[in-house]
Design a protein around this ligand. Structure first.
Ligand code: MN
Length: 208
């Protein structure tokens, strides 16, 4: 069964001031779609086509891995941002952020530092180690926690295509705006109940 581009759960006009509609049209409708198309092309007629996306990312290599990871990273990223963020982290995640980064502000500083400091294209991740500790990793290209035995909680896409139309070369302004529009309810579910996340981000919950 062919893989699909998941729908956005907000309107393309709803992410101001973080992102304009044109960025979502191009980033979701063209960049993300091209990764989905590439996965379908590469895995067609192979046993990989039977795997769930998490399994595919964990078990593939080279071009198929790169495209599958980009499909997964983007599907996850769209859920990390929210139209308006008046929210703050709550519950177990809020406690863990304070425990591991000293304060919410401490987390924001470390995350912004990672996202702004990554050379070239990649992703900045907040993830939970198997021991339950939170960590921040800026990873190149398509890399993410999926292959490193960690559970993703939040990600910021820092490939230039994620911000160029709105911020040109000013990645720092984009990262600061991103941190103001995080969907903390989603991040909290990723931290506390990661089992349901694959279906949630791919919009496949109803199909199973
Ligand atoms: Mn991207």
């Amino acid at each position: 069964m062919a893989r699909h581009l998941p729908d956005l759960i907000y309107s393309k006009d709803d992410l101001h001031p973080l992102l304009g509609a044109r960025t979502l049209e191009v980033h979701h409708g063209k960049h993300h779609r091209s990764y989905v198309d590439k996965v379908n092309e590469l895995e067609q007629g192979t046993p990989f086509a039977q795997l769930g996306l998490f399994e595919l990312v964990a078990g593939s290599r080279d071009d198929l891995y790169q495209s599958a990871a980009q499909h997964l990273n983007h599907s996850f990223y769209w859920r990390c941002i929210a139209p308006v963020s008046m929210q703050e982290p709550e519950g177990e995640l809020a406690q863990a952020l304070v425990r591991d980064f000293g304060s919410l502000e401490g987390f924001r500083e470390r995350f912004a530092e990672g996202a702004k400091g990554l050379f070239g294209s990649g992703w900045c991740w907040l993830s939970r180690s198997p021991e339950g500790t939170l960590r921040i990793d800026a990873q190149a290209d398509a890399d993410g926690p999926w292959k490193h035995n960690a559970t993703p909680v939040l990600t910021c896409d820092v490939w230039e295509h994620a911000y160029y139309l709105d911020y040109e070369n000013e990645r720092g302004r984009y990262v600061d705006a991103f941190l103001e529009q995080v969907d903390w309810a989603f991040a909290g579910r990723c931290f506390a109940h990661p089992a349901g996340i694959e279906d949630e981000i791919l919009g496949t919950a109803a199909a199973r």
